[in-house]
Unconditional design. Structure first.
Length: 117
């Protein structure tokens, strides 16, 4: 049973930085990509960033381009999200996801990020 475990969330002032981590454990799986999504209260879950597992190609939502960076370590089955110049509108629960067979099949439990103004 594959598990994704996020860490690194917290409370930070606007303009600050946080680094989220997501580690996959509990088995082996052939994932195509890993990604970060977020969900703010009263809003739908939205895509933040993804990285293809083999090629390393990255994709970002327009709202985070230039501020967030996604990276990975294949050997450790770990992906990170470096978040700089955080804004209050970045406040949300952040979820890690793994894409298998072209579906976001596995999800973490989420980690809370709160940005104060």
């Amino acid at each position: 049973q594959v598990q994704l475990v996020e860490s690194g969330g917290g409370l930070v002032q606007a303009g600050g930085s946080l680094r989220l981590s997501c580690a996959a454990s509990g088995g082996t799986f052939s994932n195509n990509a890993m990604a970060w999504f977020r969900q703010a209260p009263g809003k739908e879950r939205e895509f933040v960033a993804s990285i293809r597992w083999r090629s390393g190609i990255r994709y970002y939502a327009d709202s985070v381009k230039g501020r967030f960076t996604i990276s990975k370590d294949n050997a450790k089955n770990t992906v990170w999200l470096q978040m700089n110049r955080l804004k209050p509108e970045d406040t949300a629960t952040y979820y890690c996801a793994a894409n298998v067979d072209n579906k976001w099949r596995y999800w973490g439990q989420g980690t809370q990020v709160t940005v104060s103004s």
